[in-house]
Design a protein around this ligand. Structure first.
Ligand SMILES: C[S@@+](CC[C@H](N)C(=O)[O-])C[C@H]1O[C@@H](n2cnc3c(N)ncnc32)[C@H](O)[C@@H]1O
Length: 276
């Protein structure tokens, strides 16, 4: 995973390491009460000599030096056409657990450990007033979003669409039964225009993805968000949506790259609507 540093890269490595250590120390003092994460402590323990780390950790270090949070989908997609994520296949597979996945309120919650943490961060930052989820599953994710928003003190209503809706009730959740191929009929534009903002739309049904993106993008305002889950196989669809329909979305790397480059099932697809 690591290799001996050679003469050519030695100077560059020394410079990168010094800069990353400086940024890490500053962040720890200013934002973390001086307490380091595993990554921070690992960076600070690194020596200039012997080895450079694995590509994923090196990318993580280089990301510290990049201030550009929002970036173009196309550039990321092209740049890493072969390596979509720095998470290894085994890490991805293990991230939903070995014994049937996570749960919330006793219901099966089909999120990876990484995505679950990213949603906590997203809701804490965005404080959405409306969440629309396509693909309810057991209903656990919708209830989890609603409970989390309530505990954060933000008034949010979650609407979750599925061909087969769960028979559960929650004061902040509406389950809508229907096929997302009929999304325009299930959730008419005239009703969507007035939903309270900020709005987060989560695509987790893996059907009619482009139609779903087109439908909701037409009512999105700057700051509203799309999360397209399990999107390794949806990259061309997303690119085509951004090319043909609406280019006013950027990738928010504060989420996609929080656990390393595309350390999420939402590969290049924590998207934010911008004012273009
Ligand atoms: C991956 S599961 C959703 C998991 C859930 N969001 C969670 O995080 O636990 C996908 C869901 O999409 C639903 N689904 C599949 N095709 C659909 C369609 N055409 N319209 C609406 N829902 C659909 C399935 O019934 C299933 O419940």
């Amino acid at each position: 995973m690591s290799k001996k540093i050679d003469q050519v890269t030695a100077t560059k490595w020394k410079r990168v390491l010094a800069a990353v250590k400086q940024i890490t120390q500053k962040r720890m003092i200013e934002k973390q009460l001086g307490i380091g994460t595993y990554f921070d402590n690992w960076v600070l323990s690194l020596e200039e000599s012997q080895v450079i780390p694995s590509q994923a950790l090196l990318n993580g270090m280089l990301a510290q030096l990049n201030d550009q949070r929002f970036c173009d989908f196309k550039s990321r997609y092209r740049r890493r056409a072969t390596t979509l994520s720095d998470l290894s296949q085994s890490t991805v597979i293990l991230s939903q657990g070995l014994k049937g996945g996570l749960s919330w309120s006793g219901l099966s919650l089909l999120k990876s450990a990484f995505d679950l943490a990213l949603y906590v961060r997203l809701l804490d930052e965005i404080r959405p007033s409306t969440i629309i989820e396509i693909g309810s599953g057991s209903g656990a994710s919708a209830i989890f979003f609603a409970d989390l928003c309530r505990s954060l003190g933000c008034a949010c209503h979650v609407t979750s669409v599925d061909v087969r809706i769960p028979q559960i009730e929650h004061p902040d959740v509406t389950f809508v039964e229907g096929d997302c191929s009929n999304i325009a009929r299930l959730m008419p534009i005239s009703q969507l225009r007035t939903v309270p903002r900020p709005l987060i739309v989560i695509e987790d049904a893996h059907q009619c993805v482009k139609e779903v993106l087109c439908h909701f993008s037409s009512i999105m305002l700057p700051g509203d968000r799309f999360v397209v889950e399990d999107s390794a196989d949806k990259q061309e669809i997303i690119q085509s949506f951004l090319c043909d329909i609406d280019s006013s979305f950027l990738v928010d790397t504060a989420y996609t790259d929080f656990f390393g480059f595309n350390g999420t099932s939402a590969i290049n697809s924590f998207l934010v609507k911008i004012d273009r």
